[in-house]
Write a protein that binds this ligand. Structure first.
Ligand SMILES: [Zn+2]
Ligand SMILES: [Zn+2]
Length: 392
């Protein structure tokens, strides 16, 4: 039986795992039930299991039965397990059973696909070398990948290459996006507290107007990408929150702005932070106010390495056919903590489409989102085939 046939046969089982995870979503670093189930399944297939890496992370190790020629290579396959703090509105039978917890990014599907690949690989072990199955916690903003690395992931389980995947609701089922170089953006977060002097609304001259200053700061920050950064580069400053004031007739002492900065290159990322500080400080100062800036570097850009990208392309083409691979589409300005792993180990992160006729296109992070189970055998076949490709 071919890999794909085996994984097609596993489709009902993968679907059951996926829907079970979906009904029981857990937030980053709280994936206790999910990681326990992952570990139990891996163990039931005779796979060596290591629990508790980076909190709730799990690593399964499968050693091939073929003799290695030219050194014992190892590769890593990674899935994320965490859900989001949102309330599901799908009304599906397998919908989340917990309010304010939802698998709205398809990490339930990613986990089920890596489990499917693991089961087939453990049965055949038809390769030379080692496969490290990396089930990571907390991809959504909490850098679970980095937590596993800080816990010695690549020292304990060295990898010569690493592969990760994500579902993409806006791309057709049967297609994959394979980026050369940068696939996803760097994301940094900020808070700017504009501090002035509170006053009566009738006497703004006796205070320092933080609301007017914050409007100037917003304008200065929005102008930063287009006026201070080369127009051929990508940078976005998005303000998602403004908080200030409690009364119609009082000018508040402080106003806080919060948001995110996205860039595609480390050089541009490094350029933005000092410009951001300068723009916010000076715009506030024009009103006599000060700006207290917290600028937190979160995720680096996700950058695929050339050789592994080529192999990922071949792996995807083996499952989808050459026509299914969309090579080097524009990068996506979302972020991924798989980026940390790619800073350490060569590899590739590719996206698989789930869009179908008759199925509404719903983005990830939407309360109506549900992972398309038809991707399960496709993604699992890709992951398993990368082992044959790398360690065959
Ligand atoms: Zn997400
Ligand atoms: Zn995601």
């Amino acid at each position: 039986m071919s890999l794909r046939d085996r994984l097609d046969a596993l489709h009902p089982e993968m679907t059951a795992w996926r829907r079970d995870f979906h009904a029981h979503p857990e937030l980053g670093f709280e994936e206790h039930r999910t990681s326990a189930k992952v570990a139990e399944l891996l163990e039931s297939w005779g796979i060596e299991v290591h629990r508790g890496l980076g909190g709730t992370g799990v690593v399964g190790v499968i050693r091939g039965r073929k003799a290695a020629t030219g050194g014992n290579r190892a590769i890593g396959l990674r899935a994320d397990m965490d859900a989001l703090p949102m309330t599901e509105a799908t009304g599906l039978p397998h919908a989340s059973q917990t309010a304010n917890r939802m698998h709205a990014c398809g990490h339930d599907g990613h986990t089920a696909m890596l489990l499917g690949a693991a089961k087939v690989l453990a049965e055949t072990r038809d390769f030379a070398g080692t496969v490290n199955l990396i089930f990571q916690p907390a991809e959504e903003g909490l850098a679970g990948a980095k937590a596993m690395m800080d816990d010695g992931l690549f020292e304990k389980f060295p990898c010569d290459a690493i592969y990760g995947i994500h579902n993409e609701p806006h791309l057709e089922l049967g297609k994959a996006w394979v980026h050369d170089g940068t696939a996803l953006a760097a994301i940094d977060y900020f808070s700017v507290v504009i501090r002035g002097k509170s006053s009566h609304g009738a006497q703004p001259h006796r205070g320092i107007d933080t609301v007017a200053a914050s409007a100037a700061v917003v304008a200065a920050l929005n102008a930063l990408p287009s006026r201070r950064i080369d127009a051929l580069e990508s940078a976005i400053v998005s303000i998602g929150q403004i908080h200030g004031g409690t009364s119609d007739i009082v000018i508040p002492e402080t106003v806080e702005l919060r948001g995110s900065v996205r860039t595609l290159k480390t050089s541009v990322r490094d350029q933005v932070e000092p410009l951001f500080r300068e723009a916010a400080t000076n715009a506030a100062q024009a009103y006599g106010a000060t700006a207290e800036i917290e600028y937190r570097r979160a995720y680096p850009p996700t950058i695929n390495t050339p050789e592994e990208t080529e192999r990922a392309h071949q792996g995807a083409a083996a499952v989808l056919g050459e026509a299914g691979v969309v090579r080097n589409p524009p990068p996506i300005l979302a972020g991924e903590d798989f980026a940390f792993m790619l800073e350490k180990v060569p590899g590739a992160y590719i996206l698989f489409g789930t869009k179908e006729e008759g199925r509404p296109v719903i983005s990830v992070h939407n309360p109506l989102y549900d992972f398309n189970d038809k991707l399960l055998p496709i993604g699992a076949s890709y992951l398993a085939s990368m082992v044959e490709r790398e360690l065959g």
